[in-house]
Design a protein around this ligand. Structure first.
Ligand SMILES: Cc1cc2nc3c(=O)[nH]c(=O)nc-3n(C[C@H](O)[C@H](O)[C@H](O)COP(=O)(O)OP(=O)(O)OC[C@H]3O[C@@H](n4cnc5c(N)ncnc54)[C@H](O)[C@@H]3O)c2cc1C
Length: 425
């Protein structure tokens, strides 16, 4: 069977892409290994920005799907003694109900959903992806395959060597996450994050508490419970728990090839401060769908034609998330004691935290700088580190804004990207 586009993975990224491409009148197949009624199943992990739905062209959640609103984001030091508080317009959604609702919209637009079918390999002919083969040996053709199959994407790993796309995500960029639900939904409206706990952070909302870390040697559950006992003192329902992985890095250097495009976790479109990818994967998929629709109207799904997705994405969300990633590295690299000091003395201020979660470049006035130096005088190393980090973050954002206009500039761009990234640790 032949389609204009095959989307692998019916997560937030895949459904958004499938919906918008079908809406433009194209023939779309959406494949997921889970049975249709199981798609989106899995506990927790439902913090989504308020603007996520309107930005991706969907109505907002209502009823049982909308669990609670989040108005403030409290970022605590690792000892939970000091915190920074910023406004945070988000909501907690029931991810299963959300996924099933969005799937319904996609079907209304004519998307064919092939559930309970697992991708085995991409079909490739003459250096071009031409379709997919599933594990039960069924084959489907398409002008384009969109890989929205998540962080462990098999599709990406089986791309031909001629594609200049990173097939493997280095383990050092894969955080493992573990969460436990609370016995009942609390009457609170905040997201708490406890920074730099064992190379990661702990988060808590009205519904869950979780721990994400890049240190693969840690027993996440034991460490989470030790932290709860020491600092938070609350009951959880450990019978409702969930393990998963999150790519904590800047997006893939290149997300397109002849007949292939990657979105969502598969392309590492994660907000690194919160380890959140629902909002960003939906936004990334909308950008992808707009580019794909143009390419389909010209009947050109070559790497060259699809390249404008790299450009559009990096000019907007990609550059912002890269900026945030560098800021994250700046704070996480401080010792717990230094974070306490920096938060308490306002060497790191509320607005720095806000910039780090919006990706906006901070404008620090001379006056502001001087007063920070004064407040941080006892530990000058912190200020030096954070200034260096700010400057590298800006360089990184600008570098993403100067993404090459075609693949011939990619190697040089990646080389400079690595230089910027490696110049700060
Ligand atoms: C513990 C934890 C908590 C989290 N909490 C949040 C949160 O609160 N807010 C937030 O924004 N993000 C959160 N995240 C991250 C978020 O879950 C992801 O960023 C987001 O789901 C990415 O969406 P996606 O569509 O790219 O991929 P996924 O949601 O992973 O969807 C991929 C889909 O592809 C299918 N698939 C995979 N392989 C195949 C195959 N070979 N063949 C066919 N189908 C396949 C899967 O069944 C799945 O349905 C959390 C992650 C973890 C681990």
């Amino acid at each position: 069977m032949s389609f204009d586009v095959i989307v692998i993975g019916a997560g937030s990224a895949g459904i958004t892409a499938a919906f918008h491409i079908a809406k433009a009148g194209n023939k779309v197949l959406l494949v997921d290994k889970a049975e249709e009624k199981e798609i989106g199943r899995g506990l927790g992990g439902g913090v989504v920005k308020i603007h996520a739905f309107s930005g991706a062209g969907f109505p907002r959640p209502q009823g049982d799907e909308l669990v609670s609103y989040i108005e403030t984001f409290n970022i605590y030091s690792p000892t939970a003694k000091t915190k920074k508080t910023v406004n945070y317009s988000s909501m907690i959604i029931d991810k299963y109900l959300m996924t099933q609702r969005l799937l319904g919209y996609a079907k209304e637009q004519g998307v064919t959903v092939l559930a309970g079918k697992e991708l085995k390999l991409l079909n490739v002919q003459d250096d071009k992806v031409t379709g997919i083969t599933t594990t039960d040996q069924q084959s489907f053709d398409a002008k384009l395959v969109i890989d929205a199959s998540g962080v462990n994407s098999l599709a990406r790993r089986t791309l031909p060597d001629s594609f200049k796309i990173e097939k493997e995500i280095d383990n050092k960029h894969i955080a493992r996450g573990y969460l436990e639900m609370l016995p009942k939904v609390e009457d609170t409206n905040y997201l708490n994050s406890y920074l730099a706990v064992s190379d990661g952070y702990i988060w808590k909302t009205a519904t869950e508490i979780g721990f994400g870390s890049l240190d693969h040697s840690i027993d996440l559950k034991a460490r989470l419970h030790a932290f709860i006992d020491e600092h938070i003192h609350l009951k959880t329902d450990s019978s409702r728990s969930y393990y998963g992985t999150i790519p904590i890095r800047q997006n893939l250097y290149n997300m397109v090839g002849n007949g292939y495009l990657a979105v969502g976790d598969s392309a590492c479109m994660i907000s690194p401060i919160e380890g959140a990818g629902i909002t960003t994967s939906m936004a990334g998929a909308k950008i992808a769908a707009d580019v794909v629709n143009k390419c389909l109207s010209r009947n050109d799904l070559s790497e060259n034609a699809l390249w404008s997705f790299n450009l559009e994405y990096n000019k907007t969300q990609g550059s912002q998330l890269a900026y945030m990633d560098m800021l994250r590295r700046g704070v996480i690299g401080l010792s717990p004691d230094d974070i306490d000091f920096a938060f308490k003395q306002d060497v790191i201020m509320d607005k720095d935290v806000l910039d780090s979660i919006t990706g906006d470049i901070a404008n620090v006035s001379t006056m502001d700088k001087a007063s920070r130096v004064f407040r941080g005088i006892r530990r000058p190393g912190i200020l030096l580190r954070m200034e260096n980090c700010m400057s590298k973050s800006k360089d990184l954002k600008n570098h993403y804004l100067n993404y090459p206009t075609n693949i011939s500039g990619l190697d040089e761009w990646v080389k400079k990207l690595n230089t910027i990234n490696n110049s700060f640790s």
